[in-house]
Design a binder for this molecule. Structure first.
Ligand code: ZN
Length: 156
């Protein structure tokens, strides 16, 4: 499921609203800062987030059919983890600034822009919806170390 690119949402009905509620509940239960629908077994292009930007301001929301329209600034290698890869964290290179465009659960356009943890989260969650995991972004020895540790987990 996590390796399959998700499908575009075409029905903006009550089941989409319920999915988003379930995703927030799952994210908060796991004390995460972001969650993609395919992490709870639903192959639709939706993510939710609750994280801070570099100024410390908090951002909470959801994006349906998100597209990473811009990612730039400096490349930061910082601590990153994933609720679907429990217990493992690696310094992962991400653009320090990111912008995502999509729609909300009613189909109205939304744009989420930010730096800091929010930028990292926007890149991490849009990757999920394309079937990519953060360990895929690692390179060289760091990637080999991560793959070894992932394979050694109970759930691999
Ligand atoms: Zn993740």
């Amino acid at each position: 499921m996590l390796r399959t690119p998700t499908d575009e949402v075409v029905d903006f009905d009550e089941s989409l609203a319920t999915l988003i509620e379930d995703m927030f509940a799952s994210m908060y239960a796991a004390e995460g800062v972001g969650l993609a629908a395919n992490q709870i077994g639903v192959g639709l292009s939706v993510f939710v987030y609750d994280c801070s930007d570099a100024s410390g301001a908090n951002h909470v929301g959801h994006v349906v059919n998100p597209v990473l329209v811009s990612a730039g600034g400096e490349v930061d290698a910082d601590y990153e983890g994933c609720l679907s890869i429990p217990g493992l964290h690696y310094d992962t290179e991400r653009a320090s600034y990111a912008a995502v465009e999509g729609v909300d659960r009613h189909g109205a356009p939304v744009r989420v822009v930010g730096d800091g943890q929010l930028a990292r989260c926007l890149q991490h969650e849009t990757d999920h919806l394309h079937g990519l995991l953060f360990v895929d972004r690692l390179r060289g020895r760091a990637k080999r170390k991560a793959m070894r540790e992932v394979l050694a987990t109970d759930w691999a």
